[in-house]
Design a protein around this ligand. Structure first.
Ligand code: 3PG
Length: 306
């Protein structure tokens, strides 16, 4: 079986080698497409493959149309908003993710970003400490939980809200459940965003929520750029010179925002939350094992387009 590992943002070598070993030992041929320029290259590479492992690589209807033998796409990571699920289903292609495998890396970055912004991006201006401050976790899944644990270990108070997790489960995991998102924002010195990009969440964090945050608050977005209403964010930062925004996903008008708000705003040039060797190995090897399990046992445990 021919299996494509398509990563515009390449995995660490240890992950690529591990993926190869798992797939080749199971009798497959692995083709590697890294740092490719655009969709045309991906379209050309999928013409004869039966499975694909991807990261944030966009699997569009055009890519799926060009892959007549494709049976399964595994997104080595959590978010699958980069895959056209309806088109995949229409083509009879199983789409899976590898939930939890890269969560620690993202959670560590969220904590690092809180400290970075509290210390004014390591400029000499007097900063603040995170000890004793409240962090509000927006969505208490794999990453949110880990951010909560790490924040608590650093002496922060942890609150959380999640539409799919009952309050008692949040409390059992050591965070204070709050009634709703509005209550989270208005009572948190830091809000760490971990919601997926869905039609219902896109643009859902805007002026009203951001300006409801307490004085000196920091909004930390290691989730998806799309969940932020960027015009609302800009207005909020204008009206509230005490607020800060940090993101692992560059806003559209980042250069202009950076000029306007200086050290009150920071965004990584490329999404790097999961860009650690450990996360690459965990997610990459899990993806390879899931492909083998699919072809040998018909296992679809992690399918997201059921
Ligand atoms: C995820 O959804 O798993 C993260 O955003 C990581 O994405 P990446 O594999 O493109 O770094």
């Amino acid at each position: 079986m021919k299996i494509l590992l398509a990563t515009q943002k390449p995995f660490a070598a240890a992950a690529v080698n591990g993926i190869r070993s798992i797939l080749e030992e199971a009798g497959n041929e692995v083709v590697l497409l890294e740092k490719y320029a655009g969709e045309d290259e991906l379209v050309a590479a999928v013409s004869d493959v039966e499975a694909m492992i991807i990261r944030s690589d966009k699997v569009t209807a055009r890519v799926l149309d060009a892959a007549p033998k494709l049976k399964i796409v595994v997104r080595a990571g959590a978010g699958f908003d980069n895959v056209d699920l309806a088109a995949a289903t229409a083509h009879g292609v199983v789409v899976e993710n590898t939930p939890g495998q890269n969560s620690n890396a993202v959670a560590e970055l969220a904590i690092a970003m809180m400290i970075y912004m509290s210390r004014n991006q390591f400029t000499p201006a007097t900063g603040t400490e995170i000890l004793g401050k409240t962090v509000g976790i927006q969505a208490f899944g794999n990453v949110g939980r880990l951010v909560g644990q790490k924040a608590a270990a650093l002496g922060m108070k942890v609150k959380a809200v999640d539409p799919f997790i009952p309050a008692e489960k949040i409390a059992e995991a050591g965070a204070e459940p709050v009634a709703d998102v509005a209550a989270l924002y208005s009572s948190s010195d830091f809000v760490s965003v971990h919601i997926p990009a869905l039609p219902s969440t896109i643009g859902s964090i805007g002026y009203d929520l951001i300006t409801s945050m307490p004085k000196g608050a920091v909004l930390v977005n290691t989730a998806r750029k799309e969940v932020i209403d960027e015009a609302g964010l800009e207005r909020a930062l204008e009206d509230r010179p005490d607020l800060k925004y940090v993101a692992d996903v560059m806003p559209d008008n980042y250069e202009a925002l950076r000029e306007k708000f200086g050290v009150r705003i920071f965004a990584t040039p490329k999404k790097m939350g999961a860009q650690t060797s450990e996360a690459n190995v965990n997610a990459g090897l899990a993806a390879a094992r899931q492909i083998v399990a699919y072809f040998t046992e018909g296992c679809t445990r992690f399918q997201v387009n059921k």
